[in-house]
Design a protein around this ligand. Structure first.
Ligand SMILES: [Zn+2]
Length: 456
């Protein structure tokens, strides 16, 4: 018997033993998505970046000089070469077979039964139920500081009330008359942090959790002045259907970016593979230069913007929440500046480029509030050490995004933070502490500007 044959028999026995030890898959588990790689390709021009999106590649939110990063499987390398790129493997996504979540997700899944607030996956990341239980607990423990708001339903819930999720936000402030009311004429200025609109950018939801805890834990001390003067709104999971799929990967989260609206895309992979995924990219779905840069009409593409602007329940709901919290303070033309008296600021958090971005994303042209937005972003960078600029200047152009919409539609100072997540697309849970420590000063700084950001 050859050494190779001996080895293959040993390997087969080991695989069988592993299956026996692992036991049957819980019903919540879904098919393995296969080995994934992150490829590094040169794409220094706008045209080269757009060609990647047009060809349906999963372009990650990261750039190193002239290079972009593409997620895919083994076949993706050949497709990149066919498209004229020279891919190099930058990272092999950790594999090793499906493992059950750290704690159980649903009643019929494996793992110890825990209270919803203690549900985690992949070494500590919080499930949707845990995030929502956390909001409720903070509100119950601090009725003078916290109010939970249900601002809509996820796509799946709109289709079937027995599935999907509510969409939830928390308002944090030292409560006085009129605070946290769903009207733009409320007395205090407002700052809103939204995380995990891209479900697989799992560090960001954890930062929201820690930010909430930090604000209430220090309400008698370092955060007292901010909570007295300002409403801090946090939406920890903008895309709960997507996160539900991510967390079903357990210790190897499924890399779902979009929501789970499969209408018109029923043939797209679910869970995602290296060749696409179901759903609509909620950060391309907003009605601001919709369907332009960094989108693809391929329904399985990670940047599919939907059939129409604002087509998705999650998009309409978060935009509806914004309209209730912030007055429209900017004229309708792209060249209309928001006035110096504008109130309100927001940050949408993504991963993993290590960047502080500001509008416009749809074009390299500057917004009429460019000087102030750039000045704020520069100060953000002095706090977290990231690069700053418009998306087209340091990452790639992107249209129909949350921050282009909130700035464009309402005039509020709007930013995207691409957290660095230890330079990893799929970071260990321990990395979230690093990202939080770096970005807490930034969140507090921008929240503190809410009264008059353009006078900063
Ligand atoms: Zn993102």
């Amino acid at each position: 018997m050859s050494r190779r044959r001996t080895f293959s028999i040993v390997a087969a026995l080991a695989a069988i033993a592993a299956l026996v030890l692992a036991g049957p898959r819980p019903r919540a588990a879904v098919a393995d998505s296969g080995q994934l790689f992150i490829y590094r390709v040169n794409a220094s021009s706008d045209a080269a970046a757009q060609r990647l999106f047009d060809r349906g590649f999963d372009v990650l939110e990261n750039r190193a000089g002239g290079d972009l990063f593409v997620l895919g499987n083994a076949a993706t390398a050949d497709k990149l070469r066919t498209a004229g790129f020279q891919p190099a493997i930058a990272e092999k996504i950790e594999t090793g077979g499906w493992q059950p979540p750290s704690t159980r997700l649903v009643p019929d899944a494996a793992g110890p039964a825990v209270a919803p607030i203690d549900e985690t996956y992949d070494g500590g990341y919080r499930t949707v139920r845990a995030q929502y239980a956390h909001l409720d607990k903070v509100a119950a423990d601090h009725p003078d500081l916290a109010t939970v708001v249900d601002y809509g339903d996820s796509y799946l819930k709109t289709r079937n009330a027995a599935t999907g999720y509510d969409l939830k936000a928390i308002c944090l402030t030292r409560r006085a008359t009129g605070d946290c009311a769903l009207t733009p004429t409320a007395p205090k200025p407002r700052f809103l942090l939204m995380t995990q609109i891209h479900a697989r950018e799992i560090v960001t939801g954890d930062i929201a959790w820690r930010f909430i805890d930090h604000l209430v834990a220090n309400a008698a001390g370092s955060t007292a002045a901010l909570l007295n003067s300002t409403e801090i709104w946090v939406v920890p999971i903008v895309n709960p259907d997507g996160v539900d799929l991510v967390q079903q990967g357990g210790n190897r989260p499924y890399l779902q970016r979009k929501n789970l609206d499969a209408s018109g895309s029923t043939s797209c992979p679910r869970p995602p593979t290296g060749s696409g995924q179901v759903g609509v990219d909620l950060n391309r779905n907003s009605n601001n230069h919709w369907g332009g840069a960094s989108t693809s009409r391929n329904k399985c593409s990670e940047v599919y913007p939907g059939l129409n602007p604002d087509s998705e329940p999650e998009t309409r709901a978060i935009e509806g929440l914004f309209r209730k919290l912030f007055a429209d303070q900017r004229g309708p033309a792209d060249t209309d500046a928001a006035p110096a008296t504008t109130r309100g600021a927001m940050i949408s958090m993504h991963s993993f480029a290590g960047m502080n971005l500001f509008p416009w994303g749809w074009t390299n042209g500057h917004s009429p509030n460019d000087a102030a937005l750039r000045r704020i972003a520069q100060h953000m960078s002095s706090l977290n050490g990231y690069q700053f600029g418009q998306p087209g200047e340091i990452l790639y152009n992107a249209s129909g995004t949350s921050d282009d919409w909130s700035y464009g539609e309402l005039g509020i100072a709007s930013f995207t933070i691409e957290v660095a997540s230890c330079g990893r697309f799929t970071p260990a849970y321990s990395c979230t502490g690093t990202d939080f420590a770096k970005n807490l000063p930034v969140l507090l700084y921008v929240a503190g500007l809410a009264k008059a950001p353009y006078q900063a």
